[in-house]
Design a protein around this ligand. Structure first.
Ligand SMILES: [Zn+2]
Length: 216
């Protein structure tokens, strides 16, 4: 018992003697705790910032993607330029959709949805672009006809051919010979020639829109 009392006594005396130092220590401890808590809080905030930034990132990065989608068809689309389908690239009859031209064969004025190139039966006809031969026909009215399918939903149609040297399903390269000029009943008065048509999305269009400047 006595030792216990003397322990408390000593302790009280110690506290009395060192109260100043104890208060300082306590204050330092509190201050340290506050600083530590604040630091942790800051750190937590920073982490949240990082987290929220990370969360925002997909939104931010999705914007250029969306922009890219808008741009892609324009920038990604291959610019298609056709070579002339014949060696001597002089048009003998132009394309006319919005006006009528005299059809020498029938004597009727009508539209002409292709370009004619006059020549001889020795004149070669070339594929204007890489593609696949979709069909080879022998028509009563239009002579031999080759239809070639290209990228971009484009087709080129070669009418009034005398000879054909490709088959359906063949892959052809730009500038590759596919046949020779001939005649057709429809355009008999044009003599030996090639009647060249371009189809875009199933509709005949002006071949000049796709022919290289040098081929016009
Ligand atoms: Zn024609």
């Amino acid at each position: 018992m006595g030792s216990k009392n003397s322990f408390w006594k000593k302790t009280k005396e110690f506290i009395k003697r060192n109260s100043y130092a104890l208060v300082i220590s306590f204050c330092v401890l509190v201050a340290f705790s506050v600083i530590t808590t604040l630091s942790v809080a800051d750190l937590y905030k920073d982490n949240n910032k990082v987290a929220s930034t990370t969360q925002n990132q997909p939104e931010d990065s999705s914007k250029p993607e969306e922009d890219g989608k808008d741009v892609a068809p324009t920038s990604g689309e291959t610019v298609i330029i056709f070579d002339c389908p014949v060696e001597n690239c002089n048009e003998s009859k132009e394309y006319a959709e919005d006006m009528v031209l005299e059809d020498k064969t029938s004597g009727v004025w009508k539209t002409h949805q292709g370009i004619d190139y006059a020549g001889t039966s020795e004149d070669k006809v070339f594929s204007v672009y890489d593609g696949t031969v979709e069909s080879v026909e022998d028509s009563m009215m239009d002579g031999k006809i080759i239809t070639i399918k290209h990228v971009g939903n484009l087709k080129t149609i070669y009418k009034s051919l005398g000879e054909v040297c490709v088959n359906e399903g063949d892959s052809v390269k730009k500038g590759e010979e596919i046949g020779k000029m001939g005649t057709s009943t429809n355009e008999q008065a044009e003599g030996v020639h090639l009647h060249f048509e371009v189809e875009k999305d199933g509709k005949l269009v002006d071949p000049d829109d796709y022919l290289a400047t040098s081929a016009k």
